[in-house]
Design a protein around this ligand. Structure first.
Ligand code: PEP
Ligand code: MG
Length: 755
């Protein structure tokens, strides 16, 4: 257990208790039931029960104003008269930031604003807590003491609970006309990160996973609530036990991690706090929510990663409890105009949100070559990996600017910033119009080298991009994407219909279908790779296809049927040996003998994603009809760097001597064997990488639709003959393995190339 005085599991001399709060809660409950709680009553009750020398309640008014609505112990004549702007004084600051302030010497705080009419001269300390509901600030409640002191944690918790209840009272059916709409926290916050899919989105934050407003806050039957809590704990524990049982026996790492998680998550400390809340008259979900808010507030302030991890384990467990208590928000039907902000996101979920109309996505744990990122690019959906902390700082309903060009997420942006972005959006449409002009320009560099730009796609809705971009064909059709979108693999007829439609839309242009590449982070509903320590290197992709040949054979049959006699090119993912390629090709040939009409031509190719293939090139190239380099997986296996880990996203570069060397040798081997080569990993769609690849002899590049015209606009302006000696020199200088990206970009800019 961490020895931290802030840790929620620390032993206290006695269980935290809310003074004689039951009396206060009973009064509040009555007021709620009657639909007319009086603010002066609440101000008085809080001050008396805490006890404190004074209390104030400010409520939000139109125009970002806070108005003094009730007080105990201060000048009652100021009620309705004292008004503060959001951000003004300590109360205004609390409303702007959404953070609690606990000040022993409030009057000497730099933001203190003196208002003679309130009569607070004698008060030394102040505890001010925002009154929030569903991301809106409805007011601020503060208690004061004549004696200079910091309010104790138990007092802070008590006032925070009253603030929660007050929020419900203020929001209840406009019951009392006490509060208007409220307003959001107003202080802007910026988070840096990595671009996953370029674009800019303006919208409202949708922080999925946040809890819905709680329907029932207080109870007069704590015993029943404690039973509900125990049942929920039981359900959440069973769920966790299931996860642990599914991991491999024998002390492997994931199991250890889960066990450690269970120890922290089930530790008595925070559950005691939940139980104490219920005993005080809160419903089980209110008590869990209160502890979880508390944790989030503390996590914001803790820099130590170990402690943050522990707190986040508990926060995760509170989430499980909320689900078990039925208090988790369901996904909204539509998400138009929203920016999704989440910790993690799988490709299937990303598709689901896209279908609901989401404007952009910010993910804390993601990396540019992960599948969620690839899908986002394919869909043209702006997406950003953001630094940790954004999810905690955001409230549902916050305005947000997702700048997946400048790699920034801005929460609650200032109006001037919004104006700047509006101008940038306008400029983007001008650039898009200029790029569209390249669609029909011949794909030939200045030195006369022809090249082919092809599309990476996986969904019918992406096929429009063939005509929009003027692509030469489809260099990578990821067949698993449709299965992920549908939540399962369609039957043979369903698959054949899909493949036939793709070929129809390609209108004779080449299509390279890749067989199912499932596993690792591409999991169908119900599948899990809990048992694998390294799923990316585990039982996935073609390995599953060869071990369970029925699925692969059905897919090959569907491809042959869908082709209806047209030329057909099929490639296999994650091939590690020539034998695997041969086994897959044999299955294809066996199916091909049974299907009529036979395709006009049938090509079997392979992805080059596993480095072992590079050492079997003569054998491989003697058998494969074409090859396509998947730089995403190849990079992760070459550098032993997980493609989904954001911290590694910038660590190794495709534009470095080892990768360029590897590609150059591959080009030479393919040329010698007369086997066509393409590059279809994400690097192929980055203009500078594409330029370097072209210079070393790769003339077919396959990429997301939104990359085609930017890459083409660069290549048609490039003189590869001039670039080659420069590239050689840069590679020599960077031979130790370092990136040549910066100097190459500088060369390109000097030559007026649009990088
Ligand atoms: C790759 O690995 O580079 C590739 C194109 O395949 P995927 O991204 O679908 O794994
Ligand atoms: Mg791959």
């Amino acid at each position: 257990m961490p020895k931290d005085s802030n840790a929620p599991t620390r032993r206290r001399a006695k269980t935290p208790k809310f003074g004689d709060s039951r009396h206060l809660f009973a009064r509040l409950r009555e007021a709620l039931a009657a639909g007319a709680a009086s603010l002066p009553d609440i101000a008085t009750l809080v001050a008396r029960e805490l006890p404190a020398d004074g209390s104030v309640i400010y409520v939000a008014r139109a125009g970002e104003i806070l108005e003094l609505a009730a007080t105990h112990g201060l000048n009652i004549a100021a009620v309705g008269r004292t008004r503060l702007r959001v951000g003004e004084g300590i109360i205004g600051m609390v409303a702007a930031s959404g953070d609690t302030l606990n000040l022993a010497d409030a009057q000497n705080h730099p933001r203190y604003v003196y208002r003679a009419e309130i009569g607070e001269d004698a008060m030394a300390s102040m505890l001010a807590v925002p009154v929030k509901r569903a991301g809106r600030i409805l007011g601020v409640i503060a208690v004061m003491s004549r004696q200079a002191r910091v309010f104790a944690p138990v007092e802070v918790e008590s006032v925070a609970t009253v603030a929660m209840l007050l929020a419900e009272i203020l929001a209840t059916a406009g019951a009392t006309n006490m509060s208007e709409e409220g307003f959001s926290e107003t202080l802007p916050r910026r988070y840096a990160g990595h671009v996953l899919s370029p674009g800019i989105a303006r919208g409202t934050i949708l922080a999925y996973g946040m809890t819905a407003p709680i329907a029932r806050l207080l109870t007069d039957d704590p015993a029943a609530e404690l039973k509900r809590l125990d049942k929920a704990i039981d359900a959440a524990n069973k769920n966790l036990d299931g996860l642990i049982a599914a991991s491999l026996p024998g002390g492997n790492a994931p199991r250890d991690v889960l066990e450690a998680y269970r120890m922290v998550a089930q530790s008595a400390g925070w559950l005691t706090q939940v139980r104490a809340g219920i005993a005080d008259g809160l419903t089980a979900e209110t008590a869990v929510d209160k502890v979880s808010r508390n944790l989030r507030d503390r996590m914001r302030k803790i820099a130590d990663p170990y402690l943050r991890e522990r707190l986040s384990d508990i926060e995760d467990m509170t989430g499980r409890l909320m689900v078990a208590l039925g208090g988790m928000a369901p996904k909204p039907e539509r998400a138009d105009g929203y920016v999704l902000l989440v910790r993690r996101l799988g490709p299937a979920d990303l598709l689901d949100w896209h279908a609901r109309g989401i404007a952009g996505v910010a993910i804390e744990e993601a990396s540019p070559s992960g599948h969620a990122a690839i899908l986002a690019r394919a869909l043209g959906l702006p997406a950003l990996q953001v630094d940790r902390g954004a999810v905690e700082a955001a409230n549902a309903g916050d305005e947000a600017l997702l700048d997946a060009e400048g790699a920034t997420l801005i929460l609650r942006p200032e109006p001037e910033v919004i104006q700047v972005y509006d101008r940038a959006l306008a400029a983007r449409s001008v650039r898009a119009a200029a790029l569209a002009g390249y669609r029909d320009v011949p794909s030939i560099t200045r030195d006369g080298t022809s090249f082919n730009l092809m599309l990476n796609v996986g969904l019918a809705l992406e096929l429009d991009q063939l005509d929009r971009t003027g692509a030469a064909g489809i260099g990578l059709y990821r067949t698993e994407i449709a299965a992920l979108a549908a939540g399962g693999i369609p039957d043979v007829a369903g698959q054949a219909a899909e493949y036939g439609r793709v070929m129809d839309r390609a209108k004779g242009r080449r299509v390279q279908f890749r067989t199912l590449d499932l596993g690792a982070d591409k999991l169908l509903p119900g599948e899990s790779n809990q048992g694998e320590e390294n799923p990316a290197m585990g039982w996935r992709s073609l390995r599953v296809g060869l071990d369970r040949p029925a699925i692969l054979r059905r897919q090959l049959r569907a491809l042959l049927l869908g082709a209806q006699g047209r030329p057909l090119a099929i490639m296999f993912p994650m091939v590690a040996t020539v034998e695997e390629f041969r086994a897959a090709r044999d299955l294809l040939e066996a199916e091909a003998t049974r299907i009529r009409p036979a395709p006009e031509s049938l090509e079997a190719g392979t992805m080059i994603e596993v480095p072992s293939l590079l050492f079997q090139l003569p054998g491989l190239l003697a058998e494969a009809d074409f090859v396509s380099v998947g730089t995403n997986d190849l990079m992760q296996f070459l550098f032993a760097a997980d493609r989904g880990t954001p911290e590694l996203a910038d660590r190794y570069d495709t534009l470095s001597a080892p990768v360029l060397e590897l590609l150059e040798r591959l080009v030479a081997a393919c040329n010698e064997a007369g086997v066509p080569l393409s590059v279809c990993g994400e690097a192929a769609g980055r203009p500078l990488d594409a330029l370097a690849f072209a210079a070393i002899g790769v003339n077919t590049l396959s990429m997301s639709g939104n990359a085609i015209l930017p890459v083409k606009s660069l290549l048609v302006e490039a003189d590869l003959n001039a670039l080659r000696p420069v590239l050689r020199e840069l590679r020599r200088a960077g031979a130790a393995g370092g990136s040549i990206r910066e100097p190459l970009a500088a060369w390109a800019r000097e030559h007026n190339l649009p990088v």
